[in-house]
Design a protein around this ligand. Structure first.
Ligand SMILES: [Cu+2]
Length: 139
């Protein structure tokens, strides 16, 4: 009884402590969960099983995951799992030119050969929708 009361208080406390940042994280997690379901529907396997690459999905004006840490030499494959929207990948901080427009099911790959952190953008949506990603490359 007392334990249950404690548990109830903890839950209540938890609810009270949800900050806007946490709510935003939860929203992102839910969205990226859906992006993964879309990926599996399209390709028939989880994105983590893509061979020789790390997959970032593009879905509903987001990169999933939004932040990525990979060792040097990793090839990242950005895959558009949206239904209609096209996106691009622009590794502007790496001095790369913007990718072609990627339509649903299309992808773009880049191999990171130097260590460091950089932001990258979706050309059409970074300003209006804050569609911005981050890659940290470790030596
Ligand atoms: Cu986009």
């Amino acid at each position: 009884m007392y334990a249950r009361l404690l548990q109830g208080s903890a839950v209540l406390l938890g609810l009270l402590m949800v900050t806007p940042a946490q709510a935003e994280d939860d929203k992102a997690a839910a969205l990226c969960g859906k992006a993964e379901v879309r990926y599996v529907d399209m390709f028939g396997h989880p994105s983590a099983e893509a061979e020789g690459v790390i997959v970032v999905k593009m879905y509903k004006y987001r990169f999933c995951p939004e932040q990525l840490t990979v060792p040097v030499g990793t090839t990242v494959r950005w895959v558009n799992v949206d239904k209609r929207t096209s996106h691009t990948v622009h590794l502007n901080e790496a001095g790369e030119k913007e990718s072609e427009r990627l339509f649903p099911e299309e992808d773009f790959e880049f191999t990171f050969l130097s260590a460091g952190s950089q932001q990258y953008l979706c050309g059409p949506h970074w300003e209006t929708r804050k569609m911005i990603g981050m890659v940290t490359v470790t030596p």
